[in-house]
Design a binder for this molecule. Structure first.
Ligand SMILES: Nc1ncnc2c1ncn2[C@@H]1O[C@H](COP(=O)(O)OP(=O)(O)OP(=O)(O)O)[C@@H](O)[C@H]1O
Ligand SMILES: [Mg+2]
Length: 272
């Protein structure tokens, strides 16, 4: 079995998740949550069963992007994810508290415990692709996710302000240390399409695209600066976006062969 970790926690017996993709970045605000949401939306549009874990516990934004609020349902044996308009399952701390605007001032171990519960206590049912929206950079939470959850692949998001090669080098090395493949890189805000003629304008230069094969990265994708994406996120209506961004990364995720074996808790004796 690849990427085995002695810290791995078991999935809920009512979960059958085939593929787990973590969306990471070197720093904050580069478009991880938007990328996570778009990849999930595209996969759902392609007919897949999709879920998102919002692992950015102290700065959750997935519920807002999908216009979700209120509390998720729970029974004695399980928590059940919220479901978006198009049928994407979402789990986030923001959907488990009375007051989502209250700051989460928790120590690392408490947050790590919660992340594990997102896997062990949540009944996802059958899922083809589960995306994890990570908090920025390295730290307690990413380490917990990589060690405790059966992550199959990592997608790294960079922005034009990043020193792309440095971020990518760090991502490559982290992926190697965790024994999880780095599937691809998304260059966010890399271009702007002229609203009149559609020409791609590269305000920060076209320097980076296609140059990461030296790091063993085969898939690079671009996400343009698209004001409609930002306003749809703000309105909680991203599922209504009309583009077809991130197809290259989506295809790589779809075609990627999974090597993990999901460990599960014992089936409960009586199932409802
Ligand atoms: N390509 C883009 N076009 C338009 N707006 C964008 C684009 N990428 C990101 N944004 C906007 O920039 C803001 C930050 O993006 P996002 O929340 O996805 O970043 P993040 O990396 O998840 O941030 P954090 O580290 O805080 O979690 C959001 O308001 C988002 O809608
Ligand atoms: Mg985010």
């Amino acid at each position: 079995m690849a990427n085995f970790s002695p810290f791995r926690v078991k999935a809920h017996p009512l979960s059958n998740v085939k593929k787990v993709i973590a969306v990471c970045s070197g720093k904050g605000g580069v478009g991880k949550s938007l990328t996570t949401a778009l990849l999930a939306i595209n996969a759902r549009r392609a007919g897949k069963k999709v879920a998102i874990i919002d692992a950015d516990v102290t700065g959750p934004s997935i519920p807002k992007i999908f216009g979700l609020s209120g509390m998720i349902k729970a029974s004695e044996d399980a928590m059940f994810p919220a479901v978006t308009e198009s049928g994407i399952e979402v789990i986030s701390l923001n959907l488990m508290t009375d007051d989502p605007s209250a700051p989460v001032i928790w120590r690392g171990p408490v947050i790590s415990g919660l992340i594990k519960q997102f896997w062990t206590d949540v009944a996802y049912g059958d899922i083809d692709e589960l995306y994890i929206d990570m908090p920025p950079g390295p730290g307690d939470v990413p380490l917990t996710v990589f060690q405790s959850l059966p992550v199959d692949a990592i997608v790294t998001v960079t922005s034009p302000q990043d020193l792309v090669s440095l971020i990518v080098e760090k991502s490559v090395r982290m992926a190697q240390m965790m024994e999880i493949p780095l599937l691809g890189v998304v260059h966010n805000m890399s271009y702007y399409a002229c609203p009149h003629c559609g020409e791609k304008l590269y305000p920060f230069g076209q320097a980076h695209l296609g140059k990461l094969s030296q790091y063993g990265i085969e898939v690079e994708d671009e996400l343009p600066i698209d004001p409609s994406l930002a306003s749809l996120c703000d309105a909680g209506l991203l599922e209504r976006y009309e583009g077809d961004y991130l197809q290259a990364i989506g295809k790589a995720i779809s075609e990627f062969e999974v090597k993990h074996v999901v460990e599960k808790e014992e089936e409960p004796q009586e199932q409802k």
